[in-house]
Design a protein around this ligand. Structure first.
Ligand code: OAD
Length: 257
């Protein structure tokens, strides 16, 4: 789908967003797969998306893993391989800069992404509400391991107890990691500006944070190619590639990096 971007509208949006950020006391950001699109990683929905031609139930549920762990691991091995070649893009770096400007208690980055690119770009505190492809978790003893992006055996097993390992990501029908989610909700309720980047805003409870922010009185800014499902909750829409829009925004507020 092609949406023309009205450059006049984008300019006006950037001016309004600059004003909001200048006056902001606390900022929370929610990112989705769109911020990593310009790093060459596929998003989930739409043409060429990861879920195209793939039933979610076949690869991203606990039932699928019990039925056919090798099939599920094949999907995750491919995604981990894609990560090996991926580098952060200017959108990730702009958000890292935003964190450095506001400092830890005043800034929170919440991500639905499991690619770890925010951390590679220098973001220090990242709330990964859907887990990470760079970690495994033992299905028997529960031990979580940092695995980076190096290839893993077809069916990896736990060096401690011999149990089958799984990716440390959240699957459909699974709860979000409790403590991380509680921090995300609390930061969302406290922020004066809530910036939503590159998410279709259809997967809950993550998408519900946008409404939470709005109800708590935050200015909601959306950076996306097109308005998301939460478009009606947005005060300022910045419709264009996040890898271009976010660096411009941050540069206009604090000067060139
Ligand atoms: P989606 O694939 O649903 O949405 C990606 C969004 O990014 C869309 O709204 C695009 O318009 C936008 N987009 C694409 N390229 C962009 C660019 N260069 N700049 C700005 N925006 C761009 O991905 P998510 O919303 O992240 O969950 O998906 C949410 C969750 O659904 C994922 O975390 C995953 C998935 O199932 C789990 O696996 C639990």
């Amino acid at each position: 789908m092609h949406h023309p971007v009205d450059s006049g509208e984008l300019e006006a949006g950037i001016r309004a967003a600059v004003e909001s950020l200048r006056g902001a006391t606390t900022v929370a950001v929610l990112t989705g797969a769109g911020i990593s699109a310009e790093s060459g990683l596929a998003t989930f929905r739409g043409a060429g998306g990861l879920w195209e031609g793939q039933r979610v139930e076949d690869v991203a549920t606990p039932f699928a893993f019990r039925r056919d762990p090798a099939l599920v691991w094949r999907f995750y091995h491919q995604r981990r391989a894609a990560l090996r070649a991926a580098r952060p893009n200017p959108g990730h770096y702009a958000l890292a800069r935003l964190e450095r400007h506001f400092g830890a208690p005043r800034f929170t980055l919440i991500t639905q992404n499991v690619d770890g690119l925010h951390q590679v770009a220098g973001s220090e505190r990242v709330l990964e509400i859907h887990g990470s492809l760079r970690r495994t978790r033992c299905t028997r003893c529960g031990q979580v391991r940092e695995q980076g992006t190096e290839p893993l055996p077809e069916l990896p097993h736990c060096p401690a107890c011999g149990g089958l390992l799984r990716p440390d990501v959240v699957w459909f029908h699974e709860p979000l990691p409790e403590r991380v989610w509680a921090e995300a909700e609390s930061a969302t309720t406290r922020c004066s500006v809530f910036l939503v980047v590159g998410t279709s805003a259809v997967v809950y409870p993550a998408a519900g944070l946008i409404e939470t922010a709005r109800l708590a009185g935050a200015v909601v800014i959306e950076s996306n190619l097109v308005p998301s499902a939460a478009g009606h909750l947005v005060d300022i829409g910045l419709y264009g590639p996040a890898g271009q829009v976010l660096p411009r925004l941050v540069t206009e507020v604090w000067g060139p990096a």
